[in-house]
Design a protein around this ligand. Structure first.
Ligand code: URA
Length: 211
């Protein structure tokens, strides 16, 4: 069976933490802590079909063939700068993953992505890749980041975000139908500045205390 293009993780813990993150009054420290916690829960969902390999281990009782993740085969790509907030939580759960960064900023006039950095692990064609960015808004930056990841050879890619706008999901489906999107919420829409409504504001600013 083919994977759904969009998965909304409606686990009560995820929804509870997300509501606190959305609240205007939540502090920068609280926002960062919750993002780390929620990304661990989202990592559980995004990793549920990762390939396992067998390894011989010895329990106190006997030898056995046990399953382990093919950890070094996994690439986590953070879309800067807000992606780093999700990255930390996913790395807590999958510490052996290789990590790359794509730096894109959004031109506030055109809402189009401008690339300023790209450093990806070697042998991307061999890896399952999880691209992380908290906000799938217009989808322009996310789709551009996936273009770069595909250009490096990756073929098995998932996109993990905290909030998605219908416009961004549609754009990703249009440009990258092979890339499943996993999110904690499908929000209502974008405003005329490309911000998600009801959203949580600027994820990078809220995470780093900038404005
Ligand atoms: N980026 C953000 O940080 N927030 C939005 O609402 C949209 C894009």
């Amino acid at each position: 069976m083919s994977k759904p293009h969009l998965t909304v993780v409606d686990h009560p813990l995820v929804q509870h933490k997300l509501t606190i993150m959305r609240e205007e009054k939540t502090s920068t420290a609280g926002f960062r802590r919750l993002l780390r916690e929620i990304s661990q829960l989202l990592a559980y969902e995004v990793s549920k079909d990762l390939p396992l390999i067998s390894k011989t281990i010895r329990t106190p009782m006997c030898e056995m063939e046990a399953k382990v993740l093919e950890g070094k085969k996994l690439a986590l790509i953070s879309i800067l700068r807000a992606g780093n907030g999700l990255l930390d939580g996913v790395l807590d759960l999958i510490p052996a993953a290789r990590v790359g960064f794509v730096g894109l900023y959004r031109d506030e006039e055109t809402l189009k992505p401008v690339q300023y950095y790209c450093k990806l692990p070697a042998n991307m064609e061999e890896r399952v890749t999880i691209a992380v960015d908290p906000m799938l808004a217009t989808g322009n930056s996310s789709a551009a980041a996936i273009d770069l990841i595909k250009a490096a050879g990756a073929t098995d890619i998932r996109f993990l975000c905290l909030l998605a706008a219908p416009e961004g999901v549609a754009r990703m489906k249009d440009l990258h139908p092979d890339v499943p999107v996993i999110t904690a919420s499908l929000d209502e829409r974008l405003n005329d500045r490309g911000y998600i409504l009801p959203g949580l504001g600027d994820a990078g600013d809220r995470m780093f205390g900038t404005k």
